[in-house]
Unconditional design. Structure first.
Length: 210
């Protein structure tokens, strides 16, 4: 399979994920943890950015060192839960542009419905990382990536914190060219499309709308 799924088992990520799952973690701490995990995951998801040599002057003389080779990044959170990951990734890549795609899940059909779409004008020149804390059925991720592909970006990656096997299977089948980054692959989806054991509704826990 051309697609690759990267599960990030770094101890810091796994440690923070434990507190993120805990039902007793309040919204303030939950938001901070989502942001911190996103930053740590972004470090890994950008590992393959190409480098080029530049010559600089240090206080001690000339040095040939590395800079990122002209690659422009865009982060596209899926509203609303994806917003919780934006500050963390921008802390690492402050020059990146941010687009937004609004999708909500119809609780009868479990299918995503698009209500907002605003992407950077120069997205065709950028490598895109789509953000959403949860990959459940995969419907929102599949639709968001399909929307972004209409603008012909250079590449697309998908970054989530927790994924269900069903979501990974659906996403990799629909978009085999998109790399998936997650911190954990959980057991399954329940009968109403929530990840088990998961962490509940990420959007409600980020924004305190339980």
């Amino acid at each position: 399979m051309e697609n690759k799924v990267f599960v990030m088992d770094h101890p810091l990520i796994q440690h923070k994920l434990t507190f993120l799952r805990d039902k007793n973690t309040g919204s303030k701490e939950f938001r901070a943890l989502v942001s911190e995990i996103a930053m740590l995951m972004c470090y890994e998801a950008t590992r393959d950015l190409p480098l080029q040599d530049v010559e600089i002057e240090t206080p001690m003389g000339k040095a040939t060192t590395k800079v990122i080779a002209g690659r422009k990044l865009a982060f596209v959170p899926i509203l609303r839960a994806g917003l919780g990951m934006v500050d963390g990734v921008l802390a690492l890549v402050p020059a990146a542009k941010v687009g937004h795609i609004g999708l909500y899940r119809d609780h009868q059909t479990l299918m995503p419905v698009e209500y907002y779409n605003k992407l950077p004008q120069d997205i065709s020149e950028r490598d895109v990382i789509v953000l959403d804390p949860m990959l459940a059925t995969g419907g929102s991720a599949i639709d968001a990536i399909s929307i972004i592909k209409r603008s012909n970006p250079k590449s697309i990656k998908f970054m989530c914190i927790i994924a269900a096997p069903e979501g990974i299977e659906a996403l990799t089948k629909a978009h085999p060219d998109v790399q998936v980054y997650c911190a954990a692959v959980d057991q399954k989806l329940n009968e109403i499309g929530y990840i088990v054991p998961g962490l509940g509704d990420a959007g409600d826990r980020i924004f305190g709308t339980l």
